[in-house]
Design a protein around this ligand. Structure first.
Ligand code: IPE
Ligand code: IPE
Ligand code: MG
Length: 245
């Protein structure tokens, strides 16, 4: 069991849950069975983060680019998402988990969107942890969307040009109100960002693991957090400055 310092927990963990397809392939099964097993990993990680006292957990569940996958796979993923929300809503309320979502939610099939909105509503007063799902999400589109909103607010006189700065800009992102991720985990051995939280990860610590998402569990999460806690975050300063020497 990894030793975790409860005083130095990441406030916000973001995860690129990758490798479901390869997990299934290794077992000579179809890709969908990898996604089904992936949902079990989601449950375990959500529960573990809640127990540990993590404030925000953002899961990259579906990218804008993922719409271009075979339509059977997209349909299966949407079905699994809806089923997850329906089945887990009670547990979320019981464990004080508030559901949020970022992305182009209007792209989701109407029934999935309705279930999503319903779950968001039912959990809106929960204050134990935020489970933030990135759905039809793309970092570049998020930034473009923010720029458009700012232009619209400028035209309406809601904001002045000199007020557009590093503190107001993030208020236009879908992650409005959330702290930036402290730790970003990507499973399955890939070392890329794949259009995830481009603006928000400026100073996020990255943790890359070979483990495929369906095999990721509480122990793997603790390993990632322990690794994060062993690092010195300098934010551009010197080590001496950070340690007050
Ligand atoms: C992650 O697993 C799930 C989604 C992107 C929705 P993949 O389906 O990308 O699995 P690999 O990368 O093909 O193994
Ligand atoms: C990133 O995984 C998106 C999600 C985990 C939802 P992908 O499998 O889509 O990323 P690439 O294609 O390997 O970059
Ligand atoms: Mg992948």
């Amino acid at each position: 069991m990894e030793e975790i310092d409860k005083e130095k927990l990441p406030r916000h963990i973001a995860v690129i849950m990758d490798g479901n397809g390869r997990w299934a392939k290794k077992k000579n099964r179809n890709r969908i069975s990898g996604h089904i097993k992936g949902v079990d990993a989601v449950r375990e990680v959500v529960t573990s983060c809640r127990e540990l006292g993590i404030g925000v957990l953002t899961l990259y569940a579906f990218s804008m680019e993922n719409w271009q996958r075979p339509k059977e796979e997209v349909a299966a993923l949407m079905g699994l998402l809806k089923e997850y929300l329906v089945k887990e809503c009670g547990e979320m309320v019981k464990n004080h988990i508030r559901l949020c979502a970022i992305g182009r939610l209007e792209d989701l099939p109407a029934d999935v969107r309705a279930t999503l909105e319903e779950t968001i509503k039912k959990t809106e007063k929960c204050d134990g942890m935020i489970l933030n799902l990135a759905l039809s999400y793309g970092g570049r589109s998020e930034i473009l969307h923010a720029v458009r909103e700012i232009i619209s607010d400028l035209r309406k006189g809601k904001i002045r040009e000199e007020e557009i700065d590093l503190s107001s800009f993030p208020q236009y992102l879908w992650t409005k109100g959330l702290p930036d991720p402290d730790l970003l985990i990507r499973t399955s051995g890939e070392s890329r960002i794949s259009n995830f939280l481009l603006y928000q990860i400026a100073y996020t610590e990255l943790y890359l693991t070979e483990t495929l998402w369906p095999d990721f569990n509480r122990e793997e999460l603790l390993k990632a957090i322990a690794d994060y806690q062993s690092r010195e975050r300098r934010f551009g300063l010197t080590s001496e400055q950070i340690n007050g020497l």
